[in-house]
Write a protein that binds this ligand. Structure first.
Ligand SMILES: NC(=O)c1ccc[n+]([C@@H]2O[C@H](COP(=O)([O-])OP(=O)(O)OC[C@H]3O[C@@H](n4cnc5c(N)ncnc54)[C@H](O)[C@@H]3O)[C@@H](O)[C@H]2O)c1
Length: 332
């Protein structure tokens, strides 16, 4: 019995694969290793796990249904953690079609594959805090309406949730959607603020600080996220009449998964400076289209249902990221 992890060469998918392998699971990783950011980083992540005999890597594009189906046909897949996607809010302003291809067609393909697979148990998939878009009520609750996306990326993630709801209703296929809130840590993403700031501070270059620094985020450490994903994976929603969403007993849950400790962007920069022992020169800029000023996660649902507790504060998580970053780049 194997667990498929899509986006296995990506930041979160790699870390989930590594933990599943460590606890003795058979893992099939899927990724097309696209060049949205460094291909070398994706390959280096895979190099950490590819020698494990319980790991199989399939380089393919899951938006190609025939390729996906034929590559998985001979495997006994019971669960999927679908983390592969075109991520990034800003990139969706200039490259909309790749979001439709990977996030809409890709999500549909994963569900279509799963619903025809005999003995299939659970699909856990990535959504995003960006679905809350321009909502003003804080903290963001899973009971809030999310009809106001401010980027195409966010709109595709909300569409994924709706598609999943229809498949859970029609085919009683157990699914859990996770709205991630700004994940960071070792093996992180070079397109995200913490990596960009670190790179620029070390190079003595100014860092771009949007909305003049007036931003708030629930920075969530990767180990906490992986722990939450695996808790979900092990506990599929029941199809026993329980109401999982407003007005529906379909076996589909959506959770916020993030830190419940919202941090000011300027405080994050301060911790980075302390950790690097260097002052940041800040280039204060207006907010970018597609960005939101504030995110704050209400995580009571996943806390109550699954005992999820994010443990890592930025004062502990940022030094771990910097330690890894310097080691990876051979910086003393
Ligand atoms: N990291 C965060 O802070 C964050 C926040 C909110 C939501 N998310 C979501 O979580 C998931 C994982 O994010 P991540 O940070 O690991 O991103 P990532 O970009 O590091 O990983 C995604 C991986 O998916 C692969 N991929 C993309 N399209 C593909 C396709 N069509 N076929 C096969 N592989 C494909 C990419 O090559 C990449 O390795 C994504 O769905 C993302 O939208 C992440």
């Amino acid at each position: 019995m194997a667990i498929v992890v899509t986006g296995a060469a990506g930041f979160i998918g790699f870390n989930v694969s590594r933990l599943l392998l460590a606890r003795g699971e058979e893992v099939i990783g899927i990724d097309n290793i696209n060049d949205y950011y460094s291909v070398e980083l994706k390959e280096n992540r895979l190099a950490e796990i590819k020698n494990n005999p319980a790991f199989t890597f399939l380089k393919l594009d899951f938006s190609d249904f025939d390729a996906l189906k034929s590559a998985l046909d001979q495997h006994d897949v019971t669960k999927i953690v679908h983390l592969g996607a075109q991520a990034g809010v800003r990139y969706s302003l200039t490259n909309p079609f790749v979001y439709a291809q990977s996030n809409l067609i890709g999500h549909l393909n994963i569900m279509e594959y799963a619903r025809h697979k005999k003995g299939f148990e659970h699909l856990v998939y990535a959504s995003s805090s960006s679905v809350y878009g321009g909502n003003k009520n804080m903290p963001f609750s899973i009971d809030d309406r999310v009809d106001n996306p401010v980027s195409l990326y966010a709109a595709t993630k909300k569409a994924d949730e709706l598609m999943s709801q229809s498949y859970a209703h029609l085919y009683r296929m157990p699914q859990t959607g996770l709205r991630f809130f700004t994940v960071y840590g070792p093996w992180g993403r070079p397109d995200m603020a913490m990596w960009i700031f670190t790179e620029k501070i070390l190079a003595g270059e100014p860092i771009p600080v949007f909305n003049h620094g007036d931003m708030l985020r629930d920075f969530t450490f990767i180990d906490d996220i992986v722990d939450g994903i695996v808790r979900c994976l092990d506990n599929p929603p029941k199809d026993d009449g329980t109401m999982h969403t407003i007005g529906s007993n379909a076996p589909h849950r959506i959770y916020n998964i993030g830190n419940d400790n919202t941090v000011k962007l300027l405080d994050m920069i301060k911790v980075l400076e302390d950790c690097l022992g260097q002052k940041a020169e800040m280039n204060l800029l207006p907010i970018q289209p597609g960005d939101v000023k504030e995110t704050a996660a209400d995580i009571t649902a996943i806390q109550n249902d699954l005992g999820f507790e994010p443990k890592t504060k930025i004062e502990e998580g940022i030094p771990k990221f910097i330690h890894w970053y310097k080691q990876y780049h051979k910086i003393n």
